[in-house]
Design a protein around this ligand. Structure first.
Ligand SMILES: [Cu+2]
Length: 126
């Protein structure tokens, strides 16, 4: 009985400390950007981000690098074929293959281009 009581007290002591810190973080995140909830996600992993579409031209499953013939990325890059670091292979959509078109987010970090939020685009509308 004594022990339980002590556990309860130390737990509420921790809560008193963490709640103001969390509130401060949320307030900072909200002040950082006016453009919706996306900025919270951006804050989690460093790097600037751009939406991109393109066609996969080659896949290296060992390095998890994809070569993508990408469309122009407004205010960032002209259209070209270049390597992107894909996320871990286990997370790739099963339909990923050469010649498939994708939309994704490019995250630029330490000079590398990482792909996030990858979706296959079915642009053969019939
Ligand atoms: Cu490029």
């Amino acid at each position: 009985m004594k022990l339980r009581h002590r556990e309860h007290r130390s737990l509420s002591g921790v809560r008193k400390l963490t709640i103001p810190i969390c509130l401060a973080l949320v307030a900072a995140a909200c002040a950082a950007g006016p453009d919706g909830p996306r900025h919270e996600h951006s804050a989690a992993v460093a790097g600037e981000r751009h939406p991109v579409t393109g066609t996969i031209v080659a896949i290296n499953p060992e390095t998890e690098v994809w070569y993508v013939d990408h469309d122009p990325i407004p205010d960032y890059m002209d259209a070209m074929t270049m390597p992107f670091q894909a996320p871990p292979k286990e997370t790739w959509p099963p339909e990923v293959a050469v010649d498939r078109r994708i939309s994704a987010t490019v995250r630029v970090h330490n000079g590398e281009h990482h792909l996030e939020d990858i979706q296959l685009i079915d642009d053969q509308a019939d």
